[in-house]
Ligand binder design. Sequence first.
Ligand code: ADP
Ligand code: MG
Ligand code: MG
Length: 250
Amino acid sequence: MLSIKDLHAGIDEKDILKGINLDIKAGEVHAIMGPNGSGKSTLASAIAGKEEYEVSKGDIELEGESILEMDPEERAHNGVFLSFQYPVEIPGVSVTNFIKTAINQTRKAKGLEDMPAGEMLKKIREKAELLEMDRKFLSRSLNVGFSGGEKKRNEIFQMAMLEPKLAILDETDSGLDIDALRIVANGVNKLKSKDNAVLVITHYQRLLEYIVPDYVHVLMDGKIVRSGGKELALELEEKGYDWLKEEVGA
Ligand code: ADP
Ligand code: MG
Ligand code: MG
């Protein structure tokens, strides 16, 4: 699904990622953990193609094809979804209309006609039900006055509708409350399948109690310094990051 090879990336001449290697297969959930400033969000941005980040070396392949030359929109059309990519408020555009447009744009990019209205409606209902969203929420203006939990719910709804091949959830360090965590985790767990993959990025182990990863990688100073199973997350929760820093001499 995703193959990252010796990726070096940075911003304004500053190297942030210093040789990342990562392979994610369909059906797998990977977690990236690491201290603040280690480059987690930069990695998410580099995969999604945010233009301020410059890749100086290495490659990112999605299903065997390099995506480095694609802009963020093309990557999204090819099945890469990054949470928090569109937290914009759009008064007058409802949650439903926003996602309809996004879906039809993706189809258009693939040379397909708009999704028939009936099919769209059915899909919206199905996903809204799966995520336990109420009807009123769907007709609200996008992100306007949304609580943190509602923003999360909307993102997971977008993800459910778009059915990405690779979903990247960068949970940032701002801290989600427990309800928002559950919303994200339930949504992700329900959408997981053998055909898609999930990359969860988190500073804390908390989220991983709900979304159980197959693999955990620790990022420090722009490099993956350790990989393991879900027990690695527990070890980090217990012991913090300092012991590992010492061990790897970071
Ligand atoms: P994390 O998500 O692990 O906290 P980031 O990827 O946000 O780490 O940041 C990694 C490093 O790159 C930090 O030292 C940060 O200050 C720097 N950095 C990230 N984004 C920018 C930016 N837009 N401009 C300048 N420096 C940045
Ligand atoms: Mg940070
Ligand atoms: Mg971050």
